[in-house]
Write a protein that binds this ligand. Structure first.
Ligand code: S3P
Length: 429
């Protein structure tokens, strides 16, 4: 989005937007609806490229799925009616699609090949293929099942107690979905709690799940019954506007209908700790999640330390938090965030390199980054590197730079927020 030099000096953000559906919940709605028996109806589905990849994969497995914009209807016939696909499944850019599908396919007695884009080909799959192979699935792929393309032939799974070395909802979910088809009770224990949408949603589909602290258990042989899901707005998408509102002068914006699940609200806790003026209104429960409207005003931010248990609760928001930190007085230290290296890009490198091009004082560390603020950012040519969240962070930076930020590969944003630029434009006054 282009802002003229004149406009740039006076731009402020005002108004309200409806935040599009949560990506994690949209993926799971399609997956669980396809595994269930009966008609699952989904509203406020995120029609972004990642979730559309999930729909096309399940269509290849023989599921009838009608999608019109944010409304989806799935005719589920149960897990046993999923078919061996005749084509290679293409997950596009979506880590959630491939990792959770591997968990589902681990229990099914047929062959499937999976591939994705160049980013997916670099992302570690052993964290999922390792435990699923231990449960009995036959998986192969590049470097012994470490990288895509992968092939899997499932069936005859034995339950396992898995101590996950990483706090990852994708790992946890894949093992629980395999556990649902295994002989006995499977449990996953994480070093700290990752997002819990799988646990909540499986219960909404009628599955009995036991949660004890960071341990989740599920007994095999249970079936899913279709349900109705209204997907809450994605707090990871709202995050870009929370920071935009905080760092753009004279701004006040209302973000409607945002999911505020405790395992996802690290961004709110971090911004409040940095001094952001955020208020949470109209809190309510929708389907199986808490939602609210979030109001953000221009704020005087100060640096902080971000580490430990809040990291998995804010892992996708670190790029935009880094931008906020460039506008905060003092130093912000982000640590314990090694997982950033295995996202759609190595987000330690891409955040540091791209923000430096705009004049940020930021240095990478082994497990995060250190940002010295407050710096006046300037314009320049930057690149999303095909990573949607890097693209959106750089587009928000354009609101506060003294001259234009020109963003290469901005189409990556369609992965999670196809209407991002329209929403941003509607708030710019
Ligand atoms: C997701 C889990 C997270 C997150 C990703 C979505 C999910 O990944 O980064 O965007 O829907 O389960 P990890 O499980 O790898 O941390």
């Amino acid at each position: 989005m282009k802002l003229s030099e004149e406009k740039k000096k006076s731009v402020k953000l005002e108004g309200r937007i409806n935040i599009p559906g949560d990506k994690s919940i949209s993926h799971r709605s399609v997956m669980f609806g396809s595994m269930a028996t009966g008609t699952t109806k989904i509203t406020n589905f995120l029609a972004g490229e990642d979730c559309l990849s999930t729909i096309s994969c399940f269509r290849e497995l023989g599921v009838s799925i009608k999608q019109e914009g944010s409304s989806v209807e799935i005719q589920g016939n149960g897990l046993s009616k999923l078919n061996e696909p005749t084509r290679v499944l293409d997950v596009g850019n979506s880590g959630t699609t491939i990792r959770l599908m591997l968990g589902i396919l681990a229990g099914l007695p047929f062959h499937v090949s999976l591939q994705g884009d160049d980013s997916i080909a670099k992302r570690p799959m052993k964290r999922v293929t390792g435990p699923l192979s231990q449960m009995g699935a036959k998986i192969d792929g590049r470097q012994n099942g470490t990288y895509c393309p992968l092939s899997i032939r499932g069936g005859n799974l034995e339950a396992m107690d898995y101590q996950s070395p990483v706090a990852s909802a994708q790992v946890k979910s894949a093992i629980l979905l395999a556990g649902l088809q295994a002989n006995g009770t499977t449990s996953v224990t994480e070093p700290s709690k990752s997002r819990d949408h799988t646990e909540r949603m499986l219960q909404a589909f009628g599955v009995y799940v036991i949660e004890e602290g960071n341990k989740v258990s599920i007994t095999g042989g249970q079936t899913l019954k279709a349900t109705t899901i209204e997907v809450p707005g994605d707090i990871s998408s709202a995050a870009f506007f929370l920071v935009a509102g905080a760092i753009t002068p004279n701004s006040r914006i209302v973000l409607k209908n945002v999911g505020i699940n405790q395992t996802r609200t690290g961004i709110i806790d971090i911004l409040v700790k940095m001094g952001a003026l955020i208020s949470i209104q109209n809190e309510r429960v929708q389907s199986f999640e808490r939602v609210a409207d979030l109001i953000i005003e221009t704020s005087d931010l100060k640096g902080t330390i971000i580490s430990g248990d809040v990291i998995p609760r804010a892992i996708d928001e670190i790029p935009i938090i880094a931008l906020a930190a460039t506008q905060a007085t003092g130093t912000t230290i982000i640590k314990d965030a090694q997982e950033l290296k295995v996202k759609e890009t190595n987000r330690i490198d891409t955040v540091v390199n791209e923000l430096r091009k705009l004049g940020a004082n930021i240095e990478p560390t082994d497990d995060g980054m250190i940002i010295h603020g407050k710096t006046s950012l300037h314009g320049g040519e930057v690149d999303s590197h095909g990573d949607h969240r890097i693209g959106m962070m750089l587009a928000i930076a354009n609101l506060i730079t003294d001259s234009e930020v020109s963003l290469k590969r901005k189409e990556a944003i369609n992965v999670s927020y196809p209407t991002f630029f329209e929403d941003l434009q509607s708030l710019c006054k």
